[in-house]
Design a protein around this ligand. Structure first.
Ligand code: NAD
Length: 352
């Protein structure tokens, strides 16, 4: 690779417009050389605003054939993540794919295998790993100040994807989305619980319901109970019917107190430890980029530097799959009415 990292975007919808492309535009190591969307005006708009010289395509296969590209970000309806990622890897590109990375565990594994075969970096945009409160929370857990983690709660809810991407009707169709809230939002918190605590889920019991989203054939609510391989217990929930607030929090009840980690619009971001003797509000680390118009997450920069071998990927394909495996197990539990044990690690569960 010589000169700047030649980046391309496949899917120019809501998340490309708000996160990926603005991040690429301020990444000093990269230039956007091509943008692709079935709706050409979406790609054109992003090219005009962020990358005037970039080529615009409606056919990603043609783009992969015609352009010299080092890496692509795939931000498409969920059912396209695996086939498009595999095509891009086979075309010699590093790939960052949006969450949920795949529509089945087998697909996720095929993506990982394709990356290995192509000797390219595959990353999953578990973007919540980049939020300051989550980075701080992981550091607090690693410091040992909390003592033993006993009980974990992860919740992510908002009013639904129609408010996020008004044209994204696919979010409500199982064929294209594969899951509703349980993967759209639940996989973020499944991943964040793993990222912050370092614990792996051993067993899950889950319930889903579609309570409000008319015409949807996916769930708009998901609740579950977890046990971890070390016996810690917890809950993981997601909802598309939360009104009046954006519910995004992780709470660790520990032997030395409670750590609250939240992303709250009205009170910015926080990581707070409370116990009967003290309350500590931790100072949060700086955003990963601080350009106006970005979310401060530098996800594209993180991908570019990982592909260039300059830093570790913030979420590998394998890590993305481990988090999504929790959701596949949850779905199985909800469908069968039984608790479901997860892969090999689960067998080592220690009931103390
Ligand atoms: N990491 C995060 O925080 C986060 C946040 C929101 C969405 N997402 C994920 O990003 C992905 C995209 O979500 P979104 O909100 O941008 O959806 P969206 O509907 O707004 O955008 C999807 C875009 O893909 C385009 N498209 C569909 N099929 C195509 C094809 N074959 N070739 C080229 N373009 C095609 C559509 O025209 C649309 O512009 C989803 O998987 C979603 O779960 C992640």
């Amino acid at each position: 690779m010589s000169g700047k990292f030649r980046a391309a975007m496949i899917g120019c919808g809501a998340i490309a417009q708000r996160l990926h492309v603005p991040d690429y535009a301020v990444c000093p190591e990269a230039e956007i050389v091509a943008l692709c969307d079935l709706v050409p005006s979406k790609a054109k708009l992003l090219a005009e605003r962020y990358a005037p010289g970039a080529a615009v395509y409606t056919d990603y296969k043609k783009m992969l054939r015609n352009e010299r590209i080092d890496g692509v970000t795939v931000a498409l309806p969920n059912y396209l993540h695996a086939p498009v990622t595999i095509d891009a890897l086979r075309a010699g590109c590093h790939v960052m794919v949006e969450k949920p990375m795949a529509a089945s565990p087998a697909e996720a594994q095929r993506m990982i295998d394709a990356a290995k075969k192509a000797r390219k970096v595959l990353m999953v945009n578990q973007s919540q790993r980049r939020f300051a409160p989550h980075r701080k929370a992981r550091e607090i857990v690693e410091s040992g100040i909390l003592g033993k983690i006993l009980h974990v709660t992860g919740m992510f809810g908002h009013e639904g994807p129609e408010n996020w991407s008004p044209e994204g009707k696919w979010f409500f169709r199982r064929k294209q989305a594969r899951f509703g809230a349980m993967a759209d939002l639940g996989v973020h918190k499944a991943d964040i619980i793993r990222y912050i605590t370092g614990k792996e889920v051993a067993e899950i019991s889950a319930y889903t319901a579609c309570l409000e989203k008319k015409g949807a054939d996916v769930e708009d609510n998901f609740v579950s109970c977890l046990t971890f391989t070390d016996g810690t217990v917890g809950t993981l929930c997601a909802s598309w019917t939360v009104k009046g607030m954006s519910a995004s929090y992780t709470i660790l009840h520990c032997s030395n107190g409670t750590l609250q980690v939240a992303i709250q619009e009205e009170r910015a971001l926080l990581a707070r430890l409370i116990n009967p003797e003290c309350e500590i509000e931790f100072e949060l680390p700086a955003p990963l980029n601080d350009y106006p118009g970005t979310w401060g997450l530098d996800v594209s920069g993180g991908f570019v530097r990982a592909a260039m071998g300059l830093e570790e990927p913030f979420c590998t394909g394998e890590e993305g799959k481990r988090s999504l495996d929790i959701i596949f197990a949850a779905e199985k539990s909800a469908l069968t009415g039984r608790s479901v044990r997860l892969g090999q690690g689960a067998a080592k569960k220690a009931r103390k």
